[in-house]
Design a protein around this ligand. Structure first.
Ligand SMILES: [Zn+2]
Length: 391
């Protein structure tokens, strides 16, 4: 059993990522964990007589709680390794689309066997009459009741606005700009991880503070949201050991156990030893993220392959009324595969157990900086890479 935050948009919402991009302000298509935390913290401090007291510190500043990114309908991010028909993009659950595949296993098989050519499924569209080249599929998906991937759309629209000349409170000549907004009546959700007593305090607090405002242009009627917390039983996920063996079984076609993948569910800020930003996590970064005795097993592994992008992370520090310093993150949806240093090897039983124990810890702790704001969430051997070959 886990707990989820649900946020429903009661008005249109604009969450800008970059300050000033020409005359259009684009919006994010999800609610970042830092925005969720900021909303709750503001509601808390707006109560008469409340200040930054012990309960505030427990709820908003403690390392024990992780405020998740909220994705549309609680969906997952489509991994960067997903490929689809260039001309009819989308999963097979969409009638107009030609379906999708995941590039991780075909690419790894190619790498590990030194084949000259990539498997056709990762090269061109699987529909006989089409055979178009493949392109990346991006966005969000859920797993439906038939265990098939289904894309989740985010509804947006543009709103034209005029800037006001503050000194005279009249329209500033020539200053027309456009806001991109998330449309009202959409639901966003994400799983929260925290000890029971914190969950209970949060529930009580939210029950008496259901509403709040997020994003820009609040004075123009944008940004009203309603919050709730619900218990959810996600029985569609396999336990760690099954995911690890499922991934390796599909990769090698036998009982060999030599690789694991990490898929980022949120952006991850990973620093190197000189406090620069990494674009891919090294074995030592994983060992640092979950420093258990089992971390030693990772000394046998190396980074084999990566599907990755980096991006800037900006934000607004409401308490200081200042922009947060800009950081560089490895983008959500990035996939990293680590394998035994000596390709043909396999893990023996107790080594495989150590790996499962370590990866369970790693998934719980996450990777890199600012974990309480939802950064660095990851999933090991995600079903997306191995369960349905054609999607
Ligand atoms: Zn096609």
């Amino acid at each position: 059993m886990g707990w989820k935050f649900n946020l429903s948009l009661q008005a249109a919402v604009c969450l800008t990522q970059n300050r000033s991009v020409g005359n259009t302000l684009p919006t994010l298509d999800y609610i970042p964990g830092s925005t969720l935390r900021g909303l709750l913290a503001k509601n808390y401090l707006d109560q008469p007589g409340r200040s930054v007291d012990t309960q505030f510190q427990n709820l908003f500043l403690s390392e024990d709680i992780c405020y998740p990114n909220l994705y549309p309908q609680g969906a997952r991010v489509i991994p960067l390794s997903a490929l689809t028909c260039k001309y009819h993009p989308g999963f097979g659950t969409d009638n107009k689309a030609h379906g999708a595949v995941d590039g991780v296993l075909p690419w790894l098989r190619d790498l590990l066997t030194n084949k000259a050519q990539l498997e056709p499924s990762a090269d061109y569209c699987g529909v006989e009459s089409c055979r178009a080249p493949l392109d990346r599929l991006s966005g969000y998906y859920i797993i439906n009741d038939n265990r098939e991937e289904q894309q989740v759309a985010v509804r947006k629209r543009l709103m034209a606005r005029t800037a006001i000349l503050e000194s005279r409170e009249v329209v500033k000549p020539g200053a027309l700009y456009t806001l991109e907004v998330l449309e009202e009546e959409q639901e966003f959700a994400g799983e929260v991880s925290a000890p029971d007593n914190i969950i209970q305090q949060l529930q009580e607090f939210i029950a008496s503070h259901l509403h709040g405002w997020i994003g820009t242009a609040r004075s123009r009627g944008l940004g009203k949201v309603k919050l709730s917390m619900d218990e959810e039983n996600d029985d569609r996920c396999y336990p760690m050991a099954e995911r690890l063996s499922g991934f390796n079984r599909k990769l090698h076609g036998d009982g060999r156990m030599s690789c694991f993948s990490l898929t980022l569910e949120s952006d991850a800020i990973v620093l190197d030893e000189l406090l620069g930003y990494r674009s891919r996590p090294l074995i030592s970064d994983l060992q640092m993220a979950a420093s258990t005795p089992e971390a030693e097993i990772l000394n046998n592994f190396e980074l084999l392959a990566a599907w990755t992008r980096v991006q800037r992370v900006t934000g607004w520090q409401a308490a200081w009324k200042l922009p947060k310093p800009e950081e560089q993150a490895i983008r959500r949806g990035s996939v990293f595969v680590y394998g035994l240093r000596n390709g043909g090897q396999t893990l023996i039983d107790n080594q495989a157990n150590s790996l499962v124990a370590f990866l369970t810890q790693l998934e719980e702790k996450g990777l890199g900086e600012r974990p309480t704001e939802g950064f660095g969430r990851l999933r090991v051997c995600d079903e997306f890479h191995w369960e349905n070959e054609r999607k």
